[in-house]
Design a protein around this ligand. Structure first.
Ligand SMILES: NC(=O)c1ccc[n+]([C@@H]2O[C@H](COP(=O)([O-])OP(=O)(O)OC[C@H]3O[C@@H](n4cnc5c(N)ncnc54)[C@H](OP(=O)(O)O)[C@@H]3O)[C@@H](O)[C@H]2O)c1
Length: 272
């Protein structure tokens, strides 16, 4: 059966593609720029824009399972969920693994009302890949500047989010389940910086930013005002699901959740 992976060029989607290929599935990768998608051999690439559902019709042909993002470029929640789910059902899609983007949106509501076997993948915690934002200052000055230095978060490796999604799409028994995910340990930004320093074999300094300094930095990075306020508020009022470690990754996939030290080893060249 063919599985359509949306967000196939993204942090999680790239791993979903790789893992499905490794388990012998036929994979079609969706991108707004398929020529640049850089997918493994044997993976089909196809154009599609989730904000323009009619563009998904060719992509959905012959598809039985779909990994579906629920937000689009810039982080805004997808407003076209009901059209996408309707088209998917019409095309004969049976399963959908749906990635949480912070709240139940149009995709989740439409999936619940549909005949699809849906699985909601809900990492309330942060992706380990968020710390790639530190790479440049670590390379150039061995420094990380962040607010909320002592705030715990049970960060998850994107490959583990992907493993849960790939399992839900390729194995029975996951229909109608909501999987809240975390990594194997809750870490503060200071602790993560220490782990990076250990892997690099040199001291990396942590400098705590005030909220105002953090707001300015995000502005300079081109993050929208709304997103900045959302991110800062989220950090100040972390839900307990973001820092309370749960065993879901291992329960669903049979594999231990990867540690932050493993993630750093996977990305050492980015920090060196
Ligand atoms: N970062 C975190 O800590 C965290 C934690 C929990 C949940 N999440 C959620 O995870 C999601 C992000 O996942 P990610 O990090 O794997 O993604 P990502 O690396 O940010 O990549 C975004 C992907 O979405 C695709 N995309 C963007 N706009 C699109 C559109 N209009 N139509 C079709 N495809 C589009 C892009 O593909 P092309 O450019 O190739 O079209 C790209 O592959 C967000 O919903 C976020 O809320 C993130």
């Amino acid at each position: 059966m063919t599985i359509l992976v949306t967000g196939a060029t993204g942090n999680v989607g790239r791993h979903v593609v790789n893992q499905l290929v490794r388990s012998g599935q036929h994979v079609r990768a969706l991108s707004r720029n398929p020529a640049a998608a850089n997918v493994p051999e044997g993976v089909e690439t196809v154009y599609g824009d989730l904000t323009a559902p009619e563009t998904l019709v060719p992509a959905l042909k012959g598809v039985k399972g779909i990994y579906l993002m629920t937000s689009v470029a810039g982080g805004s929640p997808l407003q076209t969920g009901s059209e996408i789910i309707e088209l998917a059902e019409k095309a004969g899609v049976r399963r959908a693994a749906i990635l949480w983007s912070g709240e139940k949106g149009t995709v989740e509501r439409a999936a619940e009302a549909s005949g699809l076997e849906w699985t909601f993948i809900q990492p309330y915690c942060e992706f380990m890949s968020n710390t790639l934002i530190w790479a440049e200052s670590i390379r150039s000055e061995s420094v990380v500047r962040e607010p909320f230095g002592d705030s715990l978060n049970a960060v998850i490796h994107e490959a583990d989010v992907a493993s849960v999604a790939a399992t839900a799409l390729s194995k029975d028994g996951h229909a109608g389940k909501t999987y809240i995910l975390t990594g194997p340990e809750a870490l503060t930004p200071r602790a993560k910086v220490r782990i990076i320093g250990e892997a690099l074999g040199r001291d990396v300094r942590f400098i705590e930013l005030t909220k105002e300094q953090a707001r300015e930095r995000l502005k300079k990075l081109g993050v929208s005002e709304d997103m900045i306020e959302y991110v800062l508020k989220w950090h100040e009022n972390l839900p307990k699901e973001a820092y309370t470690v749960v065993p879901t990754v291992q329960e669903v996939t049979g594999q231990r959740a990867r540690t932050y030290a493993q993630w750093v080893a996977d990305h050492l060249q980015d920090f060196s």
